[in-house]
Design a protein around this ligand. Structure first.
Ligand code: PHE
Length: 341
C-alpha cells in the first residue's frame, strides 16, 4: 500500500515540475486529488485493509496529499509568472519607432500684443471694460459730439444696421457708456473690434481693433495724458521710444492731439517703415470735450479728463515688422508660427 501511495506522489510531483499551463495543472489536480482521484481511491479501498493499519495508511495519504498540494501551489506561481512574462513580451513598445509629429499652436500676434497692452494699462491702474460691437448711433456719434450731418460721420465710413444702430466705427462709444453710468474718478481701457467700410489692402481692413483709454477726475491735465502715453510707449517698445504730440481735431476732445511714436524699427533714425521721418503715427488723443462731459452728465466745472484711441493692428505690425495687415487675418500657419514666444 505504501508503495502504491509513493508511486502516485512520485508521478504527480514529476509531472508538476514540467507542467507549463494552468489547464494541464488542473487536469493533474483532478486526477490525483479529486473526489474520484487516485488518492481517494486508496482511501476507498481501506475496507479491505486490517483495521489497525487504517490510521497509518490514512496518515500516509494525508502526507502525500500535502506534498502534492504544495507542489501544485508552486507550479501555479511559476505558471502565473510565465504568463505575465509572455504578456509583457507581447506588449513590448518599440521606442525606436518614429513618432507621429505633433504640431504645436502659438498665440496670434494680435493676441500677443493685446495681452501686453492689457498688462501695461492694468499695471498703470486702468480697469479693462467692454462694450458692444453693434452700437446705438447715440453712443457711437451723438454723445461723442458728432451730431447728424456732421462731416466727421463721412470720415468714418459707417456700416448702418438701421437708422439708429451702427457697427461701431471706433471704441469711443465705450467712453460714453461708462460716463453715462459711472461717477468720476474713472480710469478705464477698452479693447475690441471696430468696423469701417474700407477696402482691404496692406494698411486697411473693414474690421480692425482699437484700444480706447479714458481718465476723468479732478485736475486731470494734458501732462497726465502725455505721461501715460510715454509710459505706454516705453513699456510696449522698450526704452528710447517716446511720443510726439501734434495738434489735431476730434469732435469729442478739445484740445486734440495726433500722437506719433519713435519708429521702433530704426529707433528714430529714419527708415523705410517710417518713411525716413523717424516717427510713426499711432493714435488720437485729447482732453475730453467739456460738451461731451456735460452730455454724459458729468460736471465739467469740477472734472476734466483725457482720452486716447489707437489701432491695435498698427501696434502689432510695428512690434513684429509685419508689413501687410492682411497677413493678420489670413491665418496662414507659416506666417502665424513665427510669433511663438
Ligand atoms: N476715436 C478716434 C478714432 O477712431 C480716436 C480717438 C479716441 C481720439 C479718443 C481721441 C480720443 O479715430
Amino acid at each position: 500500500m505504501q508503495d502504491k501511495i509513493n508511486e502516485i506522489r512520485r508521478r504527480a510531483l514529476s509531472e508538476l515540475v514540467s507542467v507549463t499551463d494552468s489547464k494541464a495543472l488542473d487536469d493533474i489536480r483532478v486526477r490525483v486529488l479529486g473526489k474520484k482521484g487516485e488518492l481517494m481511491g486508496i482511501l476507498r479501498s481501506m475496507g479491505q485493509v486490517a483495521a489497525d493499519m487504517r490510521p497509518l495508511i490514512g496518515s500516509w495519504v494525508n502526507e502525500a496529499r500535502e506534498n502534492i498540494e504544495n507542489a501544485i501551489a508552486d507550479a501555479q506561481k511559476a505558471i502565473a509568472a510565465k504568463e505575465m512574462q509572455r504578456r509583457l513580451e507581447k506588449e513590448k513598445i518599440d521606442v525606436t519607432l518614429p513618432v507621429k509629429e505633433r504640431s504645436e499652436g502659438s498665440l496670434h500676434p494680435m493676441s500677443l500684443v493685446l495681452e501686453k497692452l492689457f498688462d501695461i494699462f492694468t499695471g498703470m491702474g486702468f480697469e479693462a471694460v467692454e462694450g458692444p460691437e453693434v452700437e446705438y448711433d447715440r453712443y457711437n456719434f451723438e454723445l461723442m459730439n458728432i451730431p447728424q450731418n456732421h462731416p466727421a460721420r463721412d470720415a468714418q465710413d459707417t456700416f448702418y444696421v438701421d437708422d439708429n444702430i451702427v457697427l461701431r466705427t471706433h471704441t469711443s462709444p465705450v467712453q460714453a457708456r461708462i460716463m453715462t453710468t459711472r461717477k468720476p474718478p474713472i480710469r478705464i481701457v477698452s479693447f475690441g473690434r471696430v468696423y469701417r467700410a474700407d477696402e482691404a489692402d496692406a494698411t486697411h481692413s473693414p474690421v480692425f481693433h482699437q484700444l480706447e483709454g479714458l481718465v476723468i477726475d479732478e485736475n486731470v491735465s494734458m501732462g497726465d495724458l502725455k505721461g501715460t502715453l510715454d509710459t505706454f510707449a516705453r513699456r510696449l517698445y522698450g526704452e528710447g521710444v517716446t511720443t510726439r504730440f501734434r495738434p489735431s481735431f476730434f469732435p469729442f476732445t478739445e484740445p486734440s492731439a495726433e500722437v506719433d511714436l519713435t519708429c521702433a524699427a530704426c529707433r528714430g533714425k529714419g527708415c523705410r517703415i517710417c518713411k525716413d521721418t523717424g516717427w510713426i503715427e499711432v493714435l488720437g488723443s485729447g482732453m475730453v470735450n467739456p460738451k461731451v462731459l456735460e452730455m454724459c452728465g458729468i460736471d465739467s466745472k469740477k472734472y476734466s479728463g483725457f482720452a486716447f484711441g489707437m489701432g491695435v493692428e498698427r501696434l502689432s505690425n510695428l512690434k513684429y515688422n509685419i508689413t501687410d495687415m492682411r497677413n493678420l487675418y489670413e491665418n496662414d500657419v507659416r506666417f502665424l508660427k513665427q510669433f511663438r514666444t
